[in-house]
Structures are given as structure tokens and as C-alpha cells.
Design a protein around this ligand. Structure first.
Ligand code: IYR
Length: 225
């Protein structure tokens, strides 16, 4: 068992809680998924902070089963765009069933993914399905330490990453070209890491537009008993 230390917990008055609740909600409610990016550079320090924030996520058995690969190199971004567009072309032309294409229609997406080159950073979150034994001390030589709740843990980390970027005034998109195995190959990731989400990170292009969508209201998403 790990040694125990006092919880670092900041007491907040009820009035301050209410004010923070409103401010955070309104801030997050302004977030939109962006597909039109400017090429304006983003300092690496901001991307580092967003990754550090994402990596505060709770995880199964505190195994922190994530790796964030931050890509800035234009040549690597171009290879990612080419591979993703090849998959997306096949998706939109043949692979996607009609009901999936119907569900996507309001978003106006197609196979073209220029943002994969325009955005100054592509951050790919890889989920570690297991870790090589020896790290953390468990397991024998050449063995594997199983990770628990990998999808859930990485999903929460992805959410915190999105929130952190929005909070610092940057835009992103949860992009999941399918299949995304090419990302592991292009980015040279080990076999125990599977691509989970690709996030273009940057500033919206001047004049960027988004679909006019509404979020479900509280009554549609919450049930009280
Ligand atoms: N991966 C494709 C299709 C797509 C699928 C879903 I679900 C979306 O919410 C959006 C797009 C693409 O990126 O175009």
C-alpha cells in the first residue's frame, strides 16, 4: 500500500461555489469543435500544460494508461493527413453505412482533412492496453502488466485535454479517422499502445464557421430520483 498523506483540499464558500459553477459552465458551453484552423503558431509550453492537465485524470488503478504524442513537424503532419484522407475517402465512398452518413450530414464533413496540416500541432492520444513488466516493479522479465479501464481512463483524460485547451483560448477537434492504426506506424509507437483520439490544436481560422447545433437541455440529459 502507498504511504498516505493529508488531502490537499481547498474549502470554498457556497457563494463562491455557485459563482465558479456558473462561470465554468458558461465557459465550457462556448466550446465548439473546430475544423477550420489558422496556421498561427502555438507555443509548445501551452501544449505541454494541456497534456499535463489531461494527465491529471483519474485512471484505473492509477495506471495512467496514456501517451500523448505532440506532432509539429510539417512532414509528419503531411504524412498523417495523407493517410487519414485515404481512410476517410474509403469511409465516405463505400465503408460508411447510409444511416451513419445521415447522422453526419448536419456536420457537413467530408473526406478532406486540411486541418491535419494547417493546425500547428497534432496531438495523438494513445491508450496503453498494457505496460511492459518491469516498469513499476511488477511482473517478470518480458511480461505484461495488464491495465484496467483503459477506455474510460483515456476518455476522461481526453475530456480534460479538451477543457484545458478551451480554457487557454485554443481550439481543438476530437478526430478519429477509422481505422487509425496508421498513426501507430507513422509515429513509431510500441505494440501495447493503440491510437485513441487525434486532436488538431491551434487557433480557429479567421472567419471560421461551425454548424448551428444546439446542446440537449438539462431535462434531456439528467434524471433525478
Ligand atoms: N471520421 C470521419 C467521420 C466522422 C465520424 C463521426 I461519429 C463524427 O462525429 C465526425 C466525422 C471524419 O472525420 O470525417
Amino acid at each position: 500500500m502507498a504511504e498516505r498523506v493529508p488531502l490537499d483540499f481547498e474549502p470554498v464558500t457556497p457563494a463562491e461555489s455557485a459563482a465558479r459553477a456558473d462561470a465554468f459552465y458558461h465557459e465550457m458551453a462556448r466550446r465548439r469543435s473546430v475544423r477550420d484552423f489558422s496556421d498561427r503558431p502555438v507555443p509548445r509550453a501551452l501544449v505541454e500544460r494541456a497534456i499535463q492537465t489531461a494527465a491529471t485524470a483519474p485512471s484505473g488503478a492509477h495506471q495512467q494508461p496514456w501517451t500523448f504524442v505532440a506532432v509539429q513537424d510539417p512532414d509528419t503532419k503531411r504524412q498523417i493527413r495523407e493517410a487519414a484522407e485515404a481512410e476517410e475517402r474509403a469511409f465516405y465512398a463505400d465503408r460508411a453505412p447510409d444511416d451513419w452518413l445521415d447522422a453526419l450530414a448536419p456536420l457537413g464533413t467530408d473526406w478532406q482533412k486540411p486541418f491535419l496540416e494547417t493546425a500547428p500541432w497534432l496531438v495523438v492520444l494513445f491508450a496503453q492496453r498494457w505496460s511492459p513488466a518491469g516498469r513499476g516493479g511488477e511482473g517478470g522479465a518480458g511480461g505484461r502488466r495488464k491495465h484496467y479501464y483503459v477506455q474510460e481512463s483515456c476518455g476522461i483524460a481526453a475530456g480534460l485535454f479538451v477543457a484545458a485547451l478551451h480554457h487557454m483560448g485554443l481550439a481543438t477537434l476530437t478526430h478519429t479517422p477509422a481505422p487509425m492504426r496508421f498513426l501507430g506506424e507513422l509515429l513509431d509507437r510500441p505494440a501495447h499502445e493503440a491510437p485513441f483520439v487525434l486532436f488538431p490544436v491551434g487557433y480557429p481560422a479567421p472567419g471560421a464557421t461551425v454548424p448551428d447545433l444546439e446542446r440537449k437541455g438539462l431535462d434531456e440529459v439528467a434524471v433525478w430520483r
